[in-house]
Design a protein around this ligand. Structure first.
Ligand code: SF4
Length: 189
């Protein structure tokens, strides 16, 4: 077997790193998936993150080419959970593939007791117009002491553990620009 100088340096560097890491107590042996034997024919594997909480466990999603999900399990190569999932994460398949799962927007009018199915565009426009109406009616330029505050305390935002850094940045920028001060995260509640 011939080996180039560049390959020799690359491999000796990798071996040196592995030896140094193992001497520090890191176990670099590949971890075997519990479902290594569950090799679903023609299923495409995609790695993802459990959407439930801020631990951020890694999962492997196996799906058919048409997108139908066949199996979801913990990712043994993920540094946070190393293949394990708590009861909620272990139930991800049932959350995703579930006849009871809502796929359309339901709207209940104020004082109403019936839910009606509405279009996404209608719902998004309704949310936007309600936010604008409330903000315009409650926006305060100054507080009782005459200090500039530029805020509304009539709208709150609750974020999600499933948001990534970029989404959090975007949401913070939008919420602060609208004058919101009650910006919270479900993991703290
Ligand atoms: S599997 Fe459990 S601990 Fe891990 S992210 Fe999901 S909910 Fe959180």
């Amino acid at each position: 077997m011939s080996i180039t100088r560049r390959e020799f340096i690359k491999w000796s560097g990798a071996a040196g790193f592995a030896a140094a890491a193992m001497s520090l107590g890191f176990d670099l042996k590949p971890i075997e998936s519990y479902s290594a034997g569950l090799n679903i024919l023609k299923a495409k594997e995609t790695i993802s993150i459990c959407p439930y909480c801020a631990v951020g466990c890694g999962v492997i999603v196996q799906a058919k080419s048409n997108g139908t999900i066949l199996n979801i399990e913990g990712d043994p190569d993920h540094p946070i959970n190393e293949g394990a999932l708590c009861a909620k994460g272990a139930g991800l398949y049932q959350m995703t593939v579930n006849r009871s799962r809502l796929k359309n927007v339901l709207y209940r009018s104020p004082q109403g007791d019936d839910w009606e199915e509405v279009e996404w565009d209608w719902a998004l426009n309704k949310i936007a117009s309600n936010i604008k109406k409330t903000r315009d009616a409650t926006f305060a330029l100054k507080n009782d002491k005459g200090e500039v505050v530029n805020r509304t305390t009539a709208i709150a935002h609750i974020g999600s553990a499933a948001l990534d850094n970029e989404e959090c940045w975007l949401l913070q920028a939008i919420m602060r620009a609208m004058g919101l001060v009650y910006i919270e995260h479900q993991a703290r509640i």
